[in-house]
Write a protein that binds this ligand. Sequence first.
Ligand code: GLC
Length: 416
Amino acid sequence: MNDMTQSPLDRDARAIMQANDRGRYSIPTSGLYPYQWNWDSAVAAAGYAEFDLDRAWLELETLFSGQWANGMVPHILFHKVDPGYFPGPDVWGCEGGPIASSGISQPPIAPTFARMVWEKDRAAGDAPMRRLFPKMLAWHQWFMDWRLDRGAVCVTHPWEAGRDNAPDWDGAMAAIDPTGVGDYQRRDTSHVDSDARPTKYDYDRYIWLVQLGRRLKWDEAALLKENPFRVADPTMTFALLRSARDLLAIGQALDLDTGALQDDIKTLEAGADTLWNPELEAYDARDVRSGLWAGSLSNASFMCWYAGIDNPAMQAPLEKMMRDSAYPVPSYPVDGEKFDSKRYWRGPSWAVMNMLIGVGLEDCGKPEGTLLRQKTGDLIRNFGFAEYYNPLDGTPAGGESFTWPAAVWLSWAGRA
Ligand code: GLC
């Protein structure tokens, strides 16, 4: 995009990205999220790729500079300690990586977004992709080694799915007794309204799970045995499946060792099938400990197309979701019993999820993809670059001047 073709909104989006740029990485927004978040950075890279390809690669390189020896790429990298955020590195107590970090991961969309960055300008060369590829493959392998249940990918903390307080986790969270979690001071509610954030009930359990991981030294084998929270998650499963397909395509194009990716794709496809809840008639989260379904249609259910799964049985729920709210895709159905238009992942629409769903639909040649791109564009045009939005009327909520709606605008929603 050169300066001549920039619209005022393109300029605003670039200004937000530049304001949230900390040199080698981006923060999601100042105050509320002062560190580097994993999947936010992947989307940021696609945004940067529209005006500064080197900066796009740097974002991804910095993310992978925090990779642990076991292959895990953390959900937060604490590059520079900020007392305005809780829980910080002292609470996580991690020693597994080269940079202070959290002890959990986030949906692996970075390989897919790295492919977008790479394909933006193949003439610019393959060197950054060649450097990144083995690291991305090692992260993929970490998921395959530690997180599969019948081929579906599990999360060990709600934050790992990136959909912190989604109804998907209610059953598994209820099984946790957070007695002894102790006193702590939340910081999120000093930045934004508490009615748009997770409740204290949820927060006690989030912190309890962090304390458990710390006690077990973030050892995956020990967590597999002891952590009561283990949920097979559509966000993770669809993201890893898509990522595996992209890694395979990149590896083949560059003649690199692609390991067991071909077999892994089959395993993950079978895993995605295990997330089909016949009663809900949709993809759902599955509590591995209790064997129970969450019974929750979510925006992650609609990531099947992103994973290359064009399941005709998802057509009716998709049409209903697109019809029922002015600004789809809500994180939970607007007529569902747990719907809350303001509270984070229990109702609001998120630009990033819309991009993942929309890109998937477009890749599968479905017209709803174009419609979703337009509607996401409208949301940003009418209500700005917010963390999330009320799906009924578009009211922006959470943090403002946010990196990922800006990057979603530049790389997807703002492009006709
Ligand atoms: C919230 C979101 C998560 C995101 C992070 C930073 O925790 O739930 O998905 O990565 O904020 O934007």
